[in-house]
Design a protein around this ligand. Structure first.
Ligand code: HEC
Ligand SMILES: [Cu+2]
Length: 394
């Protein structure tokens, strides 16, 4: 699969076909969709116009003076010109000083009268904030909710402060939601935080853009996500549904109903058609494992670790371990740091669904991971990413 085909496949796999992004018709800035966005925009505009003003003033005066005081032919320079002009020096000291103090004060402390939130306010989340954790990894986001739900897209309750704790599983990423005016680095080994409040629900038909704003490798652009803002009751319904969607699927339907919804999390690195991406293709994986023919970086073969009485009794156990503990046995010719663990993100049922999908790979579209027999059963599986699930029964 070429990179662009991969990108398109990844996009179509995560996009809720009908939802459209909320964009701006303003030349300068994206829509202001959080409570402090307007104040920050005013601040931005103030500094911006201040710069234009002084740029124009200085340039115009420079041109005028250059013309007016240009040296005529044969001019000899006077060396006894004025060296000081106190009122003028005070003017160009005091005016910029006042401006810089105003900019610093508004930027640091903010002003409730002007509706500008400063650095202090932006970095102190209200106590009653709704808390979500955003985990960035190459090349996906996992948004974790208090009840254990993990979502690919970000769903938010409208009209209350939201605090997002940010961390990275591997390299430097950055969480950027332009419409909310929030952007924060995800530094490996550290926690970051943004908070904001957005009052207007988008519903499920429109969304705000969310980006990774730090170039983090070839799959960087696969980290675009959607932010849906729902009224509290709808949000609660979505959250409850997400918590149970896997459990509601009968075991024998798991691999084709849940598999394609989980596969987008693996898609940037694992193809289904045999092509080599960051990780080994899933095509033929089960055979490699069953025959024991594969090799690991440390020279051992699959035969050495998989089989009765060995480290893994069977293929399922090995694959499960590869997902929860990718560094345990690294596949030959691949990077030991190529995959981050899915511990805490995929439960046993989810892993069972993925293994089932690997075992029935011929039933899935090798490009998109869609189940090819869709429509042949009354219960059509969802093929979008997990979070779109809530949209179906509404
Ligand atoms: C960022 C890239 C990346 C993502 C995302 C990723 N993997 Fe991997 N995966 C790798 C790499 C690299 C390897 C080979 C190195 C190793 O074994 O750790 C690998 C190896 C594996 C293996 C062992 C394959 C073999 O041939 O023995 C399995 C199974 C696996 N991944 C499952 C998954 C599943 C399931 C997901 C999604 C839930 C996933 N991976 C997401 C990069 C990734
Ligand atoms: Cu990134």
């Amino acid at each position: 699969m070429t990179l662009s085909a991969l990108a398109i496949a990844a996009l179509s796999a995560t996009a809720n076909s009908s939802a459209t992004p909320i964009l701006s018709d303003d030349f300068w800035l994206p829509p202001a969709a959080s409570t402090f966005a307007d104040g920050l925009d005013q601040m931005f505009n103030f500094i911006n116009w201040l710069c234009y003003f002084f740029f124009a003033l200085i340039t115009v005066l420079m041109v005028i003076f250059a013309a007016k005081y240009r040296a005529p032919k044969g001019h000899t320079f006077r060396m006894d010109g004025p060296t000081h002009h106190l009122p003028m020096e005070l003017t160009w000291l005091v005016i910029p000083l006042i401006l810089v103090i105003v900019i610093f004060w508004l930027g640091f402390a903010g002003s409730s009268r002007l509706g500008v939130e400063g650095y202090v306010g932006l970095t102190t989340a209200p106590r009653n904030s709704y808390e979500i954790t955003a985990v960035a990894s190459k090349w996906t986001w996992a948004f974790k909710y208090p009840n254990g739900v993990v979502s690919d897209d970000l769903y938010l309750p409208a009209g209350e402060p939201i605090k997002i704790t940010i961390r990275s599983e591997d390299v430097l990423h950055a969480l950027f939601i332009p419409n909310f005016r929030v952007k924060r680095d995800c530094v490996p080994g550290r926690y970051g935080m943004v908070w904001f409040q957005t009052d207007e629900p988008t519903g499920r038909s429109r969304y705000h853009h969310l980006f990774c704003a730090e170039y983090c490798g070839t799959g960087h652009s696969n980290m675009n996500r959607r932010v849906f803002v729902l009224a509290r009751p709808d949000f609660d319904a979505w959250l409850a549904k997400e918590a149970s969607w896997l459990d509601e699927i009968p075991a024998e339907e798991l691999y084709f109903r849940a598999g394609p919804r989980l596969y987008p999390r693996c898609q940037t690195c694992h193809s289904l058609d045999g092509s080599r991406l960051t990780g080994p293709s899933w095509k033929g994986l089960i055979d490699r494992v069953n025959e024991g023919s594969g090799k690991f970086l440390d020279g051992k073969s699959y035969r050495d670790v998989i089989g009765p009485g060995k480290e893994f009794a069977n293929a399922d156990e090995y694959i499960r371990d590869s997902i929860l503990n990718p560094q345990g046995h690294v596949v030959d010719t691949y990077s030991p740091t190529g995959m981050s663990t899915f511990k805490g993100q995929l439960n046993d049922t989810a892993i069972e669904a993925i293994i089932g999908m690997m075992k029935h790979l011929d039933e899935f579209d090798p490009k998109t991971g869609k189940w090819l027999k869709e429509g042949s059963t009354p219960a059509a599986p969802a093929t979008t990413a997990a979070p779109a699930a809530g949209a179906e029964k509404k």
